[in-house]
Design a protein around this ligand. Structure first.
Ligand code: PHE
Length: 353
């Protein structure tokens, strides 16, 4: 309790005692504290009354001390009211939930690669890796695109400044994962069955909001006796359902690639509007048409099989390939207007995945 405060040192001691008492007070009931310390009959008012006992010349100092104490307590109590304490508590509340350490996670593209690999491995595909700096031969020539073929222009290619090799030609940064097709046939000594999934970085000379110079593709290749378009279609449907969810369908549309015949473009039904293109009475904002175009596919061209030492009269095959980034952002329901964000290293963006 407040002691007799006849002199300034005595008053100072009382103030210190009071502060200590406040510090160890259970701080659960703020209203109670307010009454006890700052109320009409509270400690501060008690002390104010006892100012008259302090020698006159010391009163201004004593008054100032008391005012400081009052403001301090008032401030602390208000903070408590807001659930805050200005002091670092020297008492630790072990019942409080702990702080979660920021553990980070794999990059969204790595997550996608893992998931894609898993889906295809389950149905008997083997994940392979081939050079990302490769010979013209594997990237173009063996894929039915001779040196002077105009179809090469589709792939805006980076050439590496090294001497050309006989038969292999120039060295390039791989523009697509199709460079793995003939390499895989060679790895298996031209002996099907082949069930390959090749996921790798690709490079093209283009950079804008929808293209990055480096991106990822995944490529499927199946070669065996009696392989036909239904096998391709079934595989695409399977992937669509596993990756985007049950009910997602695939659609193939006629197209042209030098290394497949016939060739297709592949679409997946929009998993937001389930392929209807509508959301209520208005258009689905995500796809507008019910479908998303994702990539290319087709039946392996006989010349490609031949380049891999496989007899096209005995074996047939299908291939498909497209971008990992786009496949993944579609899944997340994102129409990212600037794909470069994925490689910006911006944690605010990446932490969302
Ligand atoms: N390589 C093609 C591209 O990059 C896609 C493709 C792969 C097409 C396999 C057909 C077969 O666009």
């Amino acid at each position: 309790m407040v002691q007799n405060t006849k002199s300034l040192p005595a008053l100072k001691k009382t103030i210190t005692d009071l502060k200590q008492q406040f510090d160890i007070e259970p701080k659960t009931d703020v209203e109670n504290l307010q009454n006890k310390y700052l109320g009409k009959r509270g400690f501060i008012n008690d002390l104010m009354k006892s100012l008259k006992d302090v020698p006159r010349e010391m009163r201004p100092v004593a008054g100032q001390l008391l005012n400081e104490l009052k403001e301090n307590l008032d401030h602390q109590i208000k903070l408590l009211g807001k659930g805050l304490s200005e002091k670092t508590p020297n008492k630790i509340d072990l019942t409080l939930p702990g702080l979660k350490p920021n553990a980070g996670h794999t990059h969204p593209v790595s997550q996608a690669i893992e998931e894609i690999t898993h889906i295809f491995e389950k149905i008997g595909f083997t994940r392979v890796r081939y050079p990302e700096v490769d010979w013209d031969y594997y990237v173009f020539e063996s894929l039915n695109m001779p040196l002077d073929h105009p179809a090469r222009d589709e792939w805006e290619t980076f050439f590496i400044e090294v001497p050309e090799a006989e038969k292999m030609g120039k060295m390039v940064l791989t523009t697509h994962t199709s460079n793995g097709q003939v390499r895989e046939m060679e790895r298996l000594n031209s002996k099907p069955p082949i069930r390959m999934i090749n996921i790798a970085r690709c490079y093209r000379r283009q950079q804008d909001a929808t293209h990055t110079q480096m991106f990822h593709q995944f490529e499927g290749l199946v070669v065996d006796k009696g392989i036909n378009i239904q096998h391709l279609k079934g595989t695409l449907d399977h992937f669509a359902q596993q990756f985007y969810g049950p009910g997602t369908k695939s659609r193939i549309r006629p197209f042209h690639f030098q290394f497949t015949e016939p060739s297709f473009e592949v679409d997946f039904s929009c998993h937001i509007c389930h392929g209807t293109g509508k959301k209520g009475r208005s258009k689905c904002k995500f796809c507008k048409s019910g479908w998303h175009e994702v990539g290319g596919a087709g039946m392996v061209h006989p010349n490609v099989l031949k380049a891999g030492g496989i007899d096209p009269d005995e074996y047939t095959g299908f291939a498909f390939g497209w971008g990992v980034e786009r496949t993944y952002t579609l899944k997340e329901g994102l129409n990212i207007d600037d794909i470069r964000l994925i490689y910006s290293g911006d944690l605010k963006f990446l932490e969302q995945f």
